[in-house]
Design a binder for this molecule. Sequence first.
Ligand code: 13P
Length: 251
Amino acid sequence: MRKNIVAGNWKMNTTIPEGIELAKAVVAKSAEVPSDVKLIVATPFTHLYPVAQVLEGTAVSLSAENCADKEKGAYTGEVAANMLVSAGCEYTLLGHSERRQYYGETDAKLVEKTKIALANGLKVILCVGENLEEREADKHFEVCKTQTESVLYNFTAEDMKNIVIAYEPVWAIGTGKTATAEQAQEIHAYIRKVVADKFGAQVADDMTILYGGSCKPSNAKELFAQPDIDGGLIGGAALSADDFIQIALSF
Ligand code: 13P
């Protein structure tokens, strides 16, 4: 049941024409990727609908990078879950560290966002991970436990089928510093245990847990070879279709 996933998070990069070209290049190369590896691209809101047209009928899925915590109404600048679905999204990222750090995203907000995303039929990729200070203070297990529990313990085993966790140590994002395969594996195994403590061994075993943070073609193989790492959430390297596909060929 556990899926291998490679998801590209484009963040706030590319114009719409550039995004369409990137999506086309990913689709063109996706035939090389075995069918048991799921490819996802997460694009800025403005790109979702045109990129959905490129992905239509292909095996590549579309994700948003964020979703509102309200259903609809007077929330200027927000984008609702049902709008994402109507734009062609199957997934949304939630709780990316950049949203937590720069936009005040809290675990309480993430509970609301996850509820609304799931209720509208979106699958959720929930990001967790410690920052450098927390890692240096040896608090990484505690931080990941709290982030995972505070959000996911509000959901059911059935909901968990539509949730993926991405472990992204903040100190490894965009820094070129990757967590070693051992560092990533020990946290992934721990997060899986946090899931098992509430939902049981089967749900935890079926859970896809991705690694993110300077994942690239040169280190993906070693990371994906770890028993609890089921793929990657890729930032910078996802802006190159060649690198992105190379990463997807690393299982
Ligand atoms: P980088 O791969 O650029 O380090 O970004 C990782 C990330 O934040 C993906 O969500």
